[in-house]
Structure formats: C-alpha cells, structure tokens
Design a protein around this ligand. Structure first.
Ligand SMILES: Nc1ncnc2c1ncn2[C@@H]1O[C@H](COP(=O)(O)OP(=O)(O)OP(=O)(O)O)[C@@H](O)[C@H]1O
Length: 225
C-alpha cells in the first residue's frame, strides 16, 4: 500500500519582492513499511516537504495522495483525526509539556485519540526504557530520555506513519545510536513507516532509502544497500 504519493508537487510563498519556490516538482511514492531519510542543506525544503506530506500545510500545486486518498478529499476534521490516529511526529526540540509527568505526556496523546489504555502506556514506556521515569517531569530528564518520551508519545496511538524532524540533533553519539536501534526495531518489528529528516550521516545510512533535496528539488532518491 502506498502511504504517500506525490506527483508534480510545488510549494511557493509569495514574498514582498517576488515568489519563493521552496518545493519544485516533487515526485515520490512511499510505501507502507519503508524507512526513508530526507537529507539536504539548510533551507533545501526538508521541513516544508514533511509539513505538506503530513497535511499540516497546503501544497501550491500538484497531486498528493495520503493513505491512497487525494488530500483534497479529507475534510479539515478528517485530516486532524488522521494525524492523531495514523501519523506520529517527533521533533528535535522534543516538544513535551513541562507541567506534565512522563506518563501524563503520553496519556495526553492517547486522550486525543479518545481512550486511554493504561497498560499500553506502561508497556510502551517499558519498551522504550523510560518506565522508571513515569512520574518525572521533562526538565528532570536527559535529552536522550526526553526524546524517548517524545517517541513514546508519538507511538501511543500506534500510527502507521512516523515523521521525525532531526530527532538526534541534540543528542550525543551514544544516545543517537540507542535511538537508531529503537527506530530500526519500530520499522522492522512493527512495519512502521518512518520518514526522518536528518543532517547526520549515520542516521541516513541506517534508513533503507535516502532522498536528497537541493533548492527544493529531489536530486537523489536511492535505496541504501
Ligand atoms: N512560512 C514561510 N513563509 C515563507 N518562506 C518560508 C516559510 N516556511 C519556509 N520558508 C522558506 O522555505 C525554504 C525551505 O525551508 P525549510 O524549513 O523547509 O528547509 P529545511 O531544509 O527544512 O531547512 P533546515 O535544515 O534549516 O531546517 C527556506 O528558504 C525558508 O525560508
């Protein structure tokens, strides 16, 4: 099944001094179970691409299918529901709620999906080795632990697709490697589709496919091997 299919996708911004084309003629299919790294220099359009592919932002032109349905066929509510139930997001800056404990941060994401399965939260915390931090607040945790909490939060609704924007940007090598192992497991054991933006060569090497952007265009799309 194709999770994402983009055909001749463009994104432009109208600025005071003209038009800025940030994505140019993007053609791309990502199938269920793929592990894709998106690389490219600063400003090449990586974040814009995942914002559009996840329906957070609108394309300017071209075709986009999300879970085999044209993006135009989703109402705003349906897109929000899709993002809660089927798409997870992880960011470099973790974006945890500091006033909530580790458990509560994950619970909140489950609540958005309509129900809280306490056992599942504990099982996920255990899988991600953060169970002992359940009652800790984010500011008591190391960067690597915070990122594992952010991943647990992104996974609690069992999304088929996980977007990660520079998830290892603030982590040291050892913690990065632990996180890579965890992502590999998510991809291989759970067949979860991963799309990860990264500047880190080791992270890109682990992905099974690498898409390189330059000035808003795909200049490379290769299977690692
Ligand atoms: N809301 C916006 N309005 C105008 N221009 C924007 C907007 N968002 C992004 N851009 C422009 O789009 C281009 C691509 O930005 P984007 O953040 O997608 O790049 P990136 O590859 O993710 O960069 P980085 O690695 O630094 O995060 C940049 O030139 C940026 O200035």
């Amino acid at each position: 099944m194709s999770i994402i299919k983009a055909l001749n996708l463009f994104k432009t911004y109208t600025l005071q001094d003209g038009i800025d084309t940030v994505l140019k003629d993007i053609n791309l299919t990502i199938n269920e179970g793929e592990y894709v790294a998106i690389i490219g220099p600063t400003g090449s359009g990586k974040s814009s691409l995942i914002r559009i592919l996840s329906g957070l932002e609108q394309k300017t032109s071209g075709n986009l299918m999300l879970f085999e349905k044209p993006i135009e066929n989703y109402s705003t509510d349906a897109l929000t529901e899709l993002r809660i139930a089927d798409i997870g997001f992880v960011f470099q800056s973790y974006q945890l709620i500091n006033e909530l404990t580790v458990y509560e941060n994950i619970e909140l994401a489950a609540t958005l999906n309509g129900f809280v399965d306490k056992d599942k939260i504990y099982q996920l915390m255990s899988e991600l080795h953060i169970k002992s931090y359940a009652s800790f607040y984010p500011n008591m945790l190391s960067g690597g632990t915070k990122q594992r909490v952010a991943i647990a939060r992104a996974l609690i609704n069992n999304p088929r697709l996980l977007f990660l924007d520079e998830p290892t940007g603030n982590l040291d090598d050892k913690t990065t490697n632990q996180l890579l192992l965890l992502l590999k497991e998510q991809n291989e054991l759970h067949q979860r589709t991963l799309i990860i933006i990264t500047h880190d060569k080791d992270v890109a090497t682990q992905a099974k496919r690498v898409i390189e952007l330059k000035n808003g265009a795909i200049i490379r799309d290769e299977t690692n091997g």
